[in-house]
Ligand binder design. Structure first.
Ligand SMILES: C[S@@+](CC[C@H](N)C(=O)[O-])C[C@H]1O[C@@H](n2cnc3c(N)ncnc32)[C@H](O)[C@@H]1O
Ligand SMILES: Nc1nc2[nH]cc(C(=O)O)c2c(=O)[nH]1
Ligand code: SF4
Ligand SMILES: [Mg+2]
Length: 219
């Protein structure tokens, strides 16, 4: 999906340059493009400011803003980026421009039309997120080792649930799986102890940007 349509418009909350705080690209200087709007309402969401507002931008204008930072890595996030159909065009255009592109998605919408060059980072929403019924389980069959699955966990019962889903769907065989504590709900050390106790084949991760910039939402 890389037919170019430089006039295609998207609703954008913010474009910023920061240290990637999540995924296996953690630590890498990255330009973030945050799309406005999300059909989910996770209890822990740290980006509710992106549910509305923002400004319309054309793809060529977005590419211009990204190029100012001359990055190697670009992360498209939100809100829920796949809720805007032109997100697919944007992802293709970013790949065509030569960037290493990742997509953060909540797992409720179809990931099948995303450009294959994009690393898809897909959440599986847990019971305590309040949005477990929105998971689109058919997405799991589309994931490859280029992608990642992520669980953001609020409590011990979320942890047990995620452990069960991992084994039921043999997730560790599909791609890397990350377990992260919902910041403000679950103690990171406690989560690490459970992972070690159960010998789980997952990556434990805390959001690096919240360590680096604890008082700056979104960055
Ligand atoms: C803000 S979301 C945007 C992309 C997409 N809507 C999604 O949920 O994946 C980006 C990532 O931040 C995670 N996240 C949001 N709030 C969080 C929190 N309080 N603690 C840890 N991770 C959080 C989400 O679970 C998701 O993996
Ligand atoms: N620094 C930083 N890294 C991030 N990785 C994923 C983010 C997101 O909000 O999707 C994010 C974010 O908001 N900031
Ligand atoms: S899907 Fe992502 S952006 Fe939407 S409410 Fe959940 S964490 Fe926030
Ligand atoms: Mg974030």
């Amino acid at each position: 999906m890389s037919q170019s349509d430089p006039g295609a418009q998207l609703r954008i909350s913010e474009i910023f340059f920061s240290i990637q705080g999540e995924t296996r690209r953690i630590g890498l200087p990255t330009v973030f493009i945050r799309l406005t709007g999300c059909p989910l309402r996770c209890t822990y969401c740290d980006t509710s400011y992106a549910f509305s507002g923002g400004e319309n931008m054309g793809i060529s204008e977005i590419l211009g803003r990204v190029a100012e930072y001359a990055p190697r890595y670009v992360c498209v996030t939100g809100g829920e980026p796949l809720a805007q159909k032109n997100c697919l065009l944007l992802l293709g255009a970013l790949c065509d421009a030569g960037y290493e592109v990742s997509l953060e998605t909540g797992g409720a919408l179809d990931i099948g039309a995303v450009d294959a060059r994009v690393m898809r980072v897909m959440d599986i929403k847990t019971p305590a997120s309040g949005e477990v019924e929105k998971n689109r389980w058919g997405n799991l069959a589309l994931l490859t080792p280029h992608d990642e699955i992520k669980f953001v966990l609020c409590d011990e019962s979320d942890y047990r649930w995620a452990r069960e889903i991992m084994s039921q769907h043999r997730l560790a065989e599909k791609c890397e799986v990350t377990f992260s504590p919902a910041q403000g709900s679950l103690d990171a050390t406690q989560l690490a102890e459970w992972i070690l106790r159960d010998r789980l084949a997952v990556r434990m991760q805390v959001q690096l940007h919240k360590v680096l910039w604890p008082n700056e939402a979104g960055r």
